[in-house]
Design a protein around this ligand. Structure first.
Ligand SMILES: CC(C)(COP(=O)(O)OP(=O)(O)OC[C@H]1O[C@@H](n2cnc3c(N)ncnc32)[C@H](O)[C@@H]1OP(=O)(O)O)[C@@H](O)C(=O)NCCC(=O)NCCS
Length: 180
């Protein structure tokens, strides 16, 4: 397990799947705002790749996020689009509704940076998020990510096009353990 100050990132367990499905993936608004594809129902027990992890998929590393104190599941995190030639990847995360606004998101970004830069030896990490996702923007910026551009009308979200912000962090600019 990878440890931050408040949360740990561990492998996906079978028991996590119904909770993540009910609280994150079946919330159509949350799903539509955080995934760039249309929501559709997932059949219980199916091997849908959004929840069931394929360990052989090298460029996509999903984690379940747990509280360090007690081990309760609080969400998901992923390093995706890993490009070992350009040494870059994207990060993504989603917390259960009752677990937001407690500093966990900022901590998850810190742990994903450690995984990307230290464990995987990457040079650049990138985040794309909706321009009105203030919690995500702040969690990224607290870890040193800088806004590199606005992708105008790049996301179709429940009936309208919204802007996305692209943020990047380079290994040499990353300061571990200083989220301030
Ligand atoms: C986005 C998300 C991961 C952020 O994690 P979080 O644990 O809620 O965020 P934190 O508690 O670490 O807060 C980060 C910062 O955002 C601020 N913040 C939190 N919720 C906020 C809100 N609703 N509006 C404005 N600012 C907010 C916090 O005050 C904090 O700022 P500070 O460091 O200056 O105090 C989480 O809210 C979430 O899972 N949302 C739904 C899924 C999603 O949007 N995923 C990202 C898709 S790209």
């Amino acid at each position: 397990m990878l440890r931050g100050g408040k949360v740990g990132l561990r492998a996906r367990h079978e028991d996590d799947i119904p909770i993540l499905r009910a609280e994150l993936y079946d919330d159509v608004v949350n799903y539509s705002r955080s995934q760039s594809r249309p929501w559709r129902p997932i059949t219980p027990g199916s091997k849908d790749s959004q929840l069931v992890v394929d360990d052989k998929e090298e460029g996509h590393v999903p984690f379940s996020v747990v509280e360090l104190d007690g081990g309760t599941l609080v969400g998901t995190a992923v390093l995706w689009g890993i490009d070992n030639h350009n040494r870059s990847a994207h990060i993504g995360l989603g917390l259960l509704p009752s677990c937001r606004g407690k500093g966990y998101g900022t901590d998850v970004v810190a742990v994903l940076c450690h995984y990307g830069f230290v464990v995987r030896g990457l040079q650049r990490l990138q985040i794309e998020t909706l321009a009105d996702n203030y919690a995500m923007l702040r969690a990224a910026e607290r870890n040193g990510f800088v806004r590199e551009g606005v992708l105008r009308s790049s996301a179709w979200v429940l009936g309208e096009f919204l802007d996305e912000v692209l943020l990047g962090l380079l290994a040499q600019d990353w300061k571990p353990n200083t989220q301030g």
